[in-house]
Write a protein that binds this ligand. Structure first.
Ligand SMILES: [Zn+2]
Length: 319
């Protein structure tokens, strides 16, 4: 029997868990669904990630409002993916911050990505009718932006660490409390999605820069919060290992001029024992291998995923 497309059959509701990671630092994790967070300034909030729909975002905001009623001044989008951005309207933020490349990617492929992600992960798009359209950042940057949180709260640093999960991922660093919001650059016990990634950069210099913060707590894109230096390093190492294993396996098949289907089988077999039970592993692998294969073919800028191309790659590799 054919395997259901991507996460289209994953319809069981997940449990959200709100964690307070220090004075005014919040993370909402959801058993492998996309994580979100918030940092309190003296008289404002910075929210990190928007969720896929305003309806889903309002459920997160209701949890956050149990702790603080400060207005949202900044909404930070770690990258362009629809499940991170399309819920932005719920925040009523003064400023929507992202990387320059994120704005470029939304303009280039935001519509296609919306259709692709809604088809792959319908459960995350609960309340899809509340999405008013694409989310456009109102402040973008190339290297870093520092937000003074006010009082003795210190700075929130938003920084680019190099190409990784997409061309424009940024991290959020709560300097005083040494808490790092890593977006999808790091996953903790959740599979990586690399369909729009730059595997070589991500697995080397980019993750080196993420690790150089030596965070005491790290909120990845999906999965549990990593608490403590050891757990933070383990999450980064596990992310790197996923990438290097894929590069080794797909690269070997590519060098001997094999087929992408053989590369998929090799990468799947190598990763499955360690990562196979993690959320979205089976969903992601066909798209991951196809993108990495393209990268080895010399296609630097990732091809656009459309709902139609998703199905073709799934038929070829995933079904
Ligand atoms: Zn993503």
């Amino acid at each position: 029997m054919a395997r259901p497309f991507a996460s289209s059959a994953d319809l069981d509701e997940k449990t959200d868990t709100l964690e307070v990671l220090g004075d005014g630092v919040y993370a909402l994790t959801a058993e492998g669904d996309p994580n979100v967070g918030a940092v309190e300034g003296d008289d404002f909030l910075v929210c990190f990630e928007a969720r896929a729909t305003p309806y889903m975002a309002s459920r997160w905001l209701a949890r956050l409002r149990e702790h603080t009623d400060k207005p949202v001044r900044y909404l930070v989008l770690s990258h362009y993916h629809a499940v991170r951005t399309l819920g932005a309207a719920a925040f009523d933020a003064e400023v929507i911050v992202a990387h320059d490349q994120t704005r470029r990617l939304i303009a280039e492929r935001g519509r296609e990505d919306w259709a692709s992600e809604a088809g792959r992960m319908p459960r995350l798009f609960t309340g899809a009718e509340t999405i008013p359209g694409l989310t456009w950042p109102t402040l973008t940057f190339s290297d870093r932006v520092t937000i003074d949180l006010g009082g003795d709260r210190g700075d929130l640093v938003l920084a680019y660490c190099g190409r990784g999960h997409t061309a424009g991922d940024i991290i959020g660093w709560v300097a005083k409390q040494r808490v790092l919001f890593a977006g999808d650059l790091v996953e903790a016990q959740a599979a990586l999605y690399t369909g729009d990634a730059f595997h070589t950069d991500w697995s080397s210099g980019t993750l080196d820069r993420v690790a150089s913060y030596e965070a005491e707590a790290l909120i990845g894109g999906r999965g549990a919060v990593a608490r403590g230096r050891e757990a933070v390093d383990a999450a980064i190492d596990q992310t790197r290992k996923f990438l290097t294993t894929m590069r080794d396996e797909v690269g070997a098949v590519h060098r001997r001029r094999g087929t992408v289907r053989e590369a998929f089988a090799a990468a799947h077999a190598a990763l499955e024992p360690r990562y196979g039970r993690w959320p979205i592993f089976e969903h992601c692998m066909p798209f991951n291998v196809q993108r990495l294969w393209d990268e080895f073919d010399g296609i630097d800028w990732p091809r656009v995923w459309t709902a139609e191309r998703d199905r073709e790659v799934w038929e070829a590799l995933g079904a």
